[in-house]
Write a protein that binds this ligand. Structure first.
Ligand SMILES: [Zn+2]
Length: 163
């Protein structure tokens, strides 16, 4: 994806207020992120571990989501799969919940999905980060096809938040 600045990112949030978008934590090392290898940039708030964020570029437009990660009461014994990149990383996946945009969100509607806990889907797909043994099923798809599928999944999730 194209590199984004802090300003781009703060302006891209679709499911929080302008005030929230102004205050939330954006990584300081944006210039050093491997943008060429990212389908989306995701991060957690170091001050608030139950908060995560992601930003991507859809149809040339930066689009960002604010997410909540409710702590699971019981740790799941079996490895779950990320709905975005279909990896079951050793680091685990987390339920991430997005408040829906607009009126639906004001009425308390939200949508959730399981994502790699470290939001590193793009790096797992490309083999730039080790997901652990058995984390990825064998598939005959090319990397390009897997990336395409991930982007489609991400787009679908964002659409359920914004529509
Ligand atoms: Zn993932």
């Amino acid at each position: 994806m194209t590199p984004l600045t802090e300003q781009d990112i703060r302006a891209a949030f679709v499911n929080c207020t302008k005030g929230e978008a102004k205050r939330l934590t954006v990584p300081r090392d944006l210039a050093d992120r491997p943008w060429d290898d990212l389908d989306y940039l995701g991060w957690r708030d170091p001050q608030a571990p139950d908060r995560a964020y992601l930003v991507t570029v859809l149809d040339g437009r930066p689009t960002a989501l604010a997410l909540r990660c409710p702590t699971p009461a019981v740790r799941q014994p079996r490895r779950n799969m990320c709905t975005m990149c279909l990896t079951a990383p050793a680091g685990g996946v987390s339920l991430m919940v997005a408040r829906r945009a607009g009126k639906a969100g004001q009425q308390g509607n939200s949508v959730g999905t399981y994502l790699c806990s470290d939001l590193a889907c793009s790096l797992y797909l490309r083999g730039k980060k080790d997901a652990g043994a058995g984390a990825r099923m064998h598939e005959s798809l090319t990397l390009e096809e897997k990336i395409q599928r991930t982007v489609t999944n991400l787009r679908g999730f964002i659409t359920t938040v914004t529509e």
